[in-house]
Design a protein around this ligand. Structure first.
Ligand SMILES: [Zn+2]
Length: 292
């Protein structure tokens, strides 16, 4: 199914989105008056309690007839089985959301948090109106997303462009490789290399180095996806032009294959910390495509 490039909020009525983070879980729905109704609670250490809380809070949203529920969660996960593997970012180990499906009596769709935030931005935020949108979420790790015609592209396993290798002799990454984009640009990587978290790093020279690596990553995904727009999301955008200005300069300097006017622009997220919950609502609406 090819989705229209412009999704309207009124299309989303009846869909419920769940954005699960290590600290808090947010659920939301778009009301008939097109506003977002949002409820948050602390992510529960016991998965059975988490499921019961989700059921209770989803009922509190007051949706007349729930069409589907979409969930964004830290991975690794198997979206086809709605199964989340052992992840350092959540208190649970190897859990399935089939239980939520049974309790609610509606279909539940799961995907990783970067894909879901990217889907939100691609359809309702910075990529709205574009058919092919790719980008990164810049946080503790580096998430990647590639959205085609309003659907998440997965590949045969899952695309891991945050772990593209930029320097085989570079710093060690949590994934076991060396010199990944994530090792240079993530909050974890910055803390390791510069001894301070990104919000305390004031050295523009250091930010220029980080921006060069981020620009390499952006050039590579521009070349691999030929996206119409590249979107940057995540908490590190709070550093603003310290990161973004040199990133755009390096990106323009490096990316020469496409004539200037055809290069995908690098833009920043528009939905802020609501991208995840909006993306989960959109996932509930559009479902997973047959495009793997
Ligand atoms: Zn890596």
């Amino acid at each position: 199914m090819t989705m229209p490039c412009k999704l309207h909020r009124s299309d989303l009525v009846g869909c419920v989105g769940v954005d699960i983070g290590g600290q808090s879980t947010r659920i939301g729905t778009v009301l008939p008056n097109r506003t977002l109704k949002l409820i948050s609670f602390c992510t529960q250490p016991d998965f059975d309690v988490q499921i019961d809380m989700l059921v209770d809070k989803i009922k509190l949203l007051g949706v007349d007839e729930i069409r589907r529920v979409g969930i964004g969660s830290p991975g690794p996960l198997d979206w086809k089985k709605t199964f989340v593997y052992d992840t350092p970012n959540l208190p649970w180990r190897n859990v399935s959301f089939k239980k939520l499906e049974r309790k609610l009596g509606v279909e539940v769709l799961l995907d990783n948090d970067a894909n879901v935030a990217g889907l939100g931005e691609a359809t309702l935020g910075a990529g709205r109106g574009k058919r092919i949108v790719a980008g990164f979420t810049l946080g503790t790790g580096i998430g990647y997303f590639h959205i085609i015609d309003g659907h998440i592209y997965h590949g045969s396993l899952d695309v891991e462009a945050g772990h593209q290798i930029l320097d085989p002799n570079g710093p060690e990454c949590n994934c076991g490789q060396r010199g990944c984009l994530e090792a240079f640009v993530s909050a974890t990587g910055i803390q390791r290399r510069y001894g301070v978290p990104p919000h305390e790093l004031e050295d523009q020279g250091a930010w220029d180095d980080i921006a060069l690596r981020l620009a390499q990553g952006l050039v590579n995904i521009a070349l691999h996806t030929s996206a119409e727009v590249l979107v940057l999301c995540g908490g590190m955008l709070a550093r603003g032009e310290m990161l973004l200005k040199p990133t755009r300069i390096y990106y323009e300097q490096m990316l020469q294959v496409y004539p200037k006017r055809y290069r995908p622009p690098v833009v920043t997220a528009k939905l802020g910390d609501r991208a995840g919950v909006y993306g989960a609502i959109v996932l509930a609406h559009v479902g997973h495509s047959g495009r793997a």
